[in-house]
Design a protein around this ligand. Sequence first.
Ligand code: FE2
Length: 212
Amino acid sequence: MEELERMRGKAEDAERKVERLSEQIMKALASTIDAKDKYTNGHSFRVAEYAEEMLRRSGGSVKEQEEVYYMGLLHDIGKIGIPDEIIRKTSGLTEKEYTLIKSHPVIGANILKNISEIPGLAVGARWHHEKYDGTGYPDGLKGEEIPVMARIIAVADAYDAMASRRSYRDVLPQKVVREELKNGKGKQFDPYYADIMIEMIDDDKDYQMREV
Ligand SMILES: [Fe+2]
C-alpha cells in the first residue's frame, strides 16, 4: 500500500512538472512575440489575463479559464512571421504591407496547429481578428460562427490596444475606452462579452487594467 502511495505521489509530481514546464514555455513564447515591438510590451500577458477574467465572470470552468489564458498568451504568435519594420511602422502602411500584417492570424494558426493537447491555441490565433458583424479577417466569420473563446480574446485584445501606449499616443482615457467598447457592441464585439468587459472597467476604479 505504501509503495502504491509513493508511486502515485511520483506520478503526480511528474504531471505537475510537465504542467509547469508547458506554462513556462508558453510564457516564453509570449515574451518572444511581445519583444518584437516595444509597443506590444506585455500585451500578450494582459490579453491573457483579461480574457481569463471575462470567462471567470461568465461562469467558465477553471479548465476553460486556463485554456483561454493560454490562447490569449499566444494569439499573436503569427507576428513572428511578419518583418519587424512592418510591425513597427505606425502609419503609412502600403496596401501590400497591410495585407502582410493581416496574414498573422493564419500564420499563427499554422504554427500552433500541432499542439494537439490544446487545440484552442490555433483557434485563438486564427480568429481573434474576426468581427461580430462579419467584417473581420481572415475568414469573415459572423456572430456565433466565431468560436466563443476567440470572441472573448477579440474583446480583450481590442481593449488592451486602447489601454496601452502607442508611438503616436498615450494610453487612452478609461472613459474613452469604455465608450469604444459600448459603441462596438454587436459590430466589432460580441455584445455579451463587451458588456462583461464594461463591467470589469466599472469595477476598475483606479484604471489598473492598462499598460504601466
Ligand atoms: Fe493580432
